[in-house]
Design a protein around this ligand. Structure first.
Ligand code: SF4
Length: 81
């Protein structure tokens, strides 16, 4: 398994990581270059926002409190039955 992985990394298809990847645990060094163990082109993973496999950056989950009118909630619940 490890041999296959190193062969894959040495093929040269992997592009170097970008500065946003710094700190990620998936970075490996091959031939003096820092490359991503998971993606061929790390830059494209960051184009639309956070890389979903990044170990050092997680998306912020916003908790939005929704105010519920208890009278309306009770009415809605009674309609379901
Ligand atoms: S998993 Fe994402 S953040 Fe980590 S090195 Fe690869 S592309 Fe960069």
């Amino acid at each position: 398994m490890q041999t296959n992985k190193m062969a894959k990394l040495n093929e040269g298809a992997f592009l170097p990581v970008i500065d946003k990847c710094e700190g990620c645990d998936r970075i490996v060094e091959a031939d003096g270059n820092k490359i991503c163990d998971t993606y061929l082109n790390p830059e494209s993973k960051w184009r639309l926002g956070l890389c979903n496999f990044a170990t050092h950056a997680k998306p912020e989950v916003k908790v939005v409190k929704v105010r519920i009118n208890p009278l309306k909630a009770a009415k809605r619940a009674s309609k379901r039955n």
